[in-house]
Design a binder for this molecule. Structure first.
Ligand SMILES: [Zn+2]
Length: 60
């Protein structure tokens, strides 16, 4: 069943059929809308609340 996914980093909706699914070693499934978000979270380890282009920027 197709269902809506939310990007684990920027929190925006991911259109059906788009995006990247990533499974951590502990089994946690992460969805990313783009490589940009994947890199930001997994490689650069950025905080989405401190990253200007995310939906949660500036939120507590
Ligand atoms: Zn994203």
């Amino acid at each position: 069943m197709p269902r809506r996914n939310i990007c684990s980093f920027c929190q925006y909706d991911i259109p059906i059929g788009r995006g990247i699914m990533y499974v951590r070693k502990d089994g946690t499934i992460l969805h990313f809308c783009s490589k940009k978000c994947r890199n930001a979270m997994l490689e650069q380890k950025k905080n989405p609340r401190k990253t200007r282009w995310t939906k949660v920027y500036g939120q507590e």
